[in-house]
Design a protein around this ligand. Structure first.
Ligand code: ZN
Ligand code: FE
Length: 257
């Protein structure tokens, strides 16, 4: 499975999955249809699936037109998003499995950003390969999504599920927010050397207008404060000894930062 990244709108990424043997494609969170149609046409592939993580317009905006061009494509989304995702046909819950070509994704229910948000995890086929997590607006490189429809406790539980995946998991999140996220991270986790070197790296990448996505979960666990609610340094910075309260304070600070 090849994964192609298409930058769209101001800072969104759409991901096109391509199975070369069967020459089929799938798309994750198509904010818009045109760039996906161009891409799939250039591949000469047939679009067979649309994987949505949640109902926001910058994730489902292309659904209707893509379905119009590829009427046989199947639209997947969270069960609790029923009625909010254009063309949705499959209503997924925690632990469900969806397949694409020779790969199978496990579905995680990860409410917090929205109440119906899900993530798709493609485990690697071989133990020496990387896994792939499509997590929409739940986990970002260096940050996490805003809590529009969920509570801090829910988000900690959701991020906790993602955090327990292998360190070698690639994080395909839906926005290029990494530099700003890491600026905030450096302000709250001030003595984290892994974070400081990551910041320097990302700054150089962005100066060249290079994408910072995917990132690696192992790196996120060391440097993303929103996965570090139980790290002593982060708890101390938030003046709390409680995981959920630490996370809530972090999120609250970032909201007004
Ligand atoms: Zn969103
Ligand atoms: Fe978004």
């Amino acid at each position: 499975m090849k994964i192609h990244r298409i930058p769209v709108l101001s800072d969104n990424y759409i991901f096109v999955l391509h199975n070369l043997d069967q020459n089929i494609a799938a798309v994750v969170d198509p904010a818009e249809a045109s760039p996906v149609l161009r891409y799939v046409e250039a591949l000469g592939a047939e679009l067979v699936a649309i994987f949505n993580t949640h109902h926001h317009g910058d994730h489902v905006g292309g659904n209707a037109r893509l379905l119009h061009q590829f009427p046989a494509a199947i639209v997947y989304g969270g069960a609790a998003d029923r009625g909010r995702i254009p063309g949705q046909q499959v209503f997924l819950q925690e632990g469900d499995r969806v397949s694409f070509g020779d790969r199978v994704a496990e579905v995680f229910f990860v409410p917090g950003h929205t109440r119906a948000h899900i993530a798709y995890y493609f485990a690697p086929l071989q133990p020496d390969q990387l896994g792939d997590l499509f997590c929409g607006d739940t986990l970002f490189a260096g940050g996490c999504g805003r809590l529009f429809e969920g509570t801090p406790a829910q988000m900690v539980e959701s991020l906790g599920k993602l955090r327990s995946l292998p360190d070698s998991t690639r994080i395909w999140c839906a926005h290029e927010y990494t530099l700003k996220n890491l600026q905030f991270a450096c302000a709250v986790d001030r003595h984290n050397l892994d974070l400081q070197s990551r910041y320097a790296e990302v700054e150089a990448q962005r100066r060249q207008a290079e994408p910072t996505i995917p990132s690696l979960l192992g790196v996120e666990k060391l440097t993303n404060p929103f996965l570090r609610w139980d790290a002593p340094a982060v708890q101390q910075a938030m003046q709390s000894a409680d995981a959920v309260q630490t996370f809530a304070r972090l999120r609250g600070k970032k909201d007004v930062w």
